[in-house]
Write a protein that binds this ligand. Sequence first.
Ligand code: C5P
Length: 215
Amino acid sequence: MKLKKIKVAIDSPAAAGAGTISKMLAKHYNLLYCDTGKIYRYLAKKLIQKKPKNKISYLKKISKKVDLKKLKDKTLINDEVAYTASQIAKDLRVRKSVLKFQRKLAYNPPPSYNGSILDGRDIGTIVIKDADFKFYITASIKIRATRRFKELKKLGKKVKFEEILKSMKKRDREDRTRKHSKLKKAANSTLINTSGLSIKNSFLKVKKIMDSKLN
Ligand code: C5P
């Protein structure tokens, strides 16, 4: 089946299953995938390590040459990095620089791909406003915190559920109320609540919607 190049925008709060579903969609439709939260996490980790004098100009500089392979680094999955990421993500100058990188990926995926899929907080509202498909993936806070708890445990981290829940609530609140690029559902996106769904069934639900438009 030959598809026209498509752009898929996925937004979600933390640990709603969006990353896993996006990866499955990317594989199924042969789309370039980018978890944009990992870009902010990557910048956050660099900031924590290097402690530059001028944070913003440093972040702007390194956001120009992010290597997608580096975003797979497992050390990006920890609470300090996530929180620092949400702090730097509030800054419009940083966001503008990251936006350029994201749009390059979304609008110019390598020719071997059938298109692109990006997930984050502002993909359907800002980054790919004209996406062919927009989904807002969510789940209850308890379920999301449980998923993150299990994910961190699997990585061998000593974590407490209550702490995960608390920091997730805080990050959610900040992402939803910040001045720029607030986390919100785009008006023309489809809401997918994964609370009672397995990952496979969540994927199938999204796939069914996409296939009905593609075929
Ligand atoms: O998705 P993830 O939890 O890895 O994102 C880390 C943080 O990066 C989020 O809490 C959010 O503040 C920020 N982010 C953002 N815009 C995106 C993706 C992530 O502001 N498109």
